[in-house]
Design a protein around this ligand. Structure first.
Ligand code: ADP
Ligand code: UDP
Length: 238
C-alpha cells in the first residue's frame, strides 16, 4: 500500500489517501486541543500511545462482533483503516458522572450510574457539537433509524468490552466518545479512535485521572499518565 496525499488534517490526526480508494492511513499527532480548539498544546508521545491503544481496542472489539475500520498498524503512529463516511454524530456513553454531564445537570463528578447512559452530539465544530436526541438526528437526516439502532447496539457493546478490559488494569471507565462511519456498501463500522483523548479513565483505587482531563484541567504529569495507562493495558494482555 502506498501513502498518497494528505486528505484531511484534524486536531489530533492527519488522514492520508492511499493508492486504494477504500483505504486511508491515519497518522496520530502529539497535538492536543480542548474546549473546541480554544486550548492548544501538545502531549509528547501521545500519538504513539493513542495509535497503539486504539488498534488494541479495535482488534478486541472485532472479536466481540463490532466491525471496525482497523486494517493494519503500519508504524508507531500510522495505521491503515477502511475509508468510511463518518456519521456526523459523536456517541457518548457514561458510566459515572463527569465533565459536561456534571456541568449541564449541576451534579458532582463521580456518581456511579445504575445503568450506562448514551447521548449524541452533532459533530459540528462551528456549532460547538450541540447535544441532540434520536429524533433530532433523524430530523436532520444524519443517519437512518436502522443505522441509529445499530450504532446504539454497538456502542453499548463497546462499553461492556472497554469496562472489562480497563477493570483488569485497575482502571475505571468513566465515559467515552466514539464515532461510526459507513463503508461504501453501507455497513456501519466503528471508526476514529479509542484512547485517553476520548475516554475518561480513573485509577480504580485512588481515582487519579489517567486521561486527557490532566491536560484540559492543567493537572500536570499528562505524559506520565498516558504512559502509565498504556503500560497497564499492555501488561494486562501479557
Ligand atoms: P478532528 O476532525 O475532530 O479534529 P482528528 O484530528 O482526530 O479529529 O481527525 C481525524 C478525522 O478523521 C476525524 O474527523 C474523524 O471523524 C475522521 N475519521 C476517522 N476515522 C476515519 C475513517 N476510517 N474514514 C474516514 N474518516 C475518518
Ligand atoms: N469527548 C471527546 N471528544 C469531544 C467531546 C468529548 O473525545 O469532542 C469525550 C471526553 O474525553 C469524555 C467523554 O467524551 O471521555 C464525555 O465528554 P463530555 O461530554 O463530558 O465533555 P467534556 O467534559 O470533554 O467537554
Amino acid at each position: 500500500m502506498e501513502k498518497r496525499e494528505l486528505m484531511y488534517e484534524g486536531k489530533a490526526k492527519k488522514v492520508f489517501k492511499t493508492d486504494d480508494p477504500e483505504v486511508l492511513i491515519v497518522d496520530y499527532k502529539d497535538d492536543a486541543t480542548a474546549f473546541n480548539g480554544l486550548k492548544k498544546g501538545s502531549i509528547e508521545g501521545k500519538g504513539v500511545i493513542n495509535n497503539k491503544m486504539s488498534n488494541i481496542m479495535m482488534q478486541g472489539l472485532e472479536k466481540k462482533g463490532v466491525p471496525t475500520h482497523f486494517i493494519e498498524e503500519l508504524s508507531d503512529r500510522e495505521t491503515a483503516v477502511k475509508k468510511v463516511t463518518i456519521l456526523p454524530l459523536e456517541v457518548i456513553i457514561r458510566n459515572i458522572s463527569a465533565g459536561s454531564f456534571s456541568k449541564r445537570y449541576g451534579v458532582e463528578e463521580g456518581i456511579v450510574f445504575e445503568n450506562p447512559t448514551i447521548e449524541f452530539s452533532y459533530k459540528n465544530d462551528e456549532l460547538g457539537d450541540p447535544l441532540l436526541n434520536d429524533d433530532h438526528a433523524l430530523a436532520l437526516k444524519l443517519c437512518t433509524k436502522e443505522e441509529l439502532e445499530t450504532v446504539k447496539k454497538y456502542a453499548f457493546t463497546v462499553n461492556d468490552f472497554l469496562k472489562e478490559v480497563w477493570k483488569k488494569c485497575g482502571v475505571t471507565l468513566v465515559d467515552f466518545k466514539i464515532e461510526f462511519g459507513k463503508l461504501s456498501d453501507g455497513t456501519i463500522v466503528l471508526a476514529d479512535e479509542i484512547s485517553p483523548d476520548t475516554c475518561r479513565l480513573w485509577d480504580s483505587e485512588t481515582g487519579k485521572k489517567l486521561d486527557k482531563d490532566r491536560f484540559r484541567r492543567d493537572l500536570g504529569n499528562t505524559e506520565e499518565a498516558y504512559i502509565e495507562v498504556m503500560d497497564r493495558l499492555v501488561n494486562s494482555l501479557k
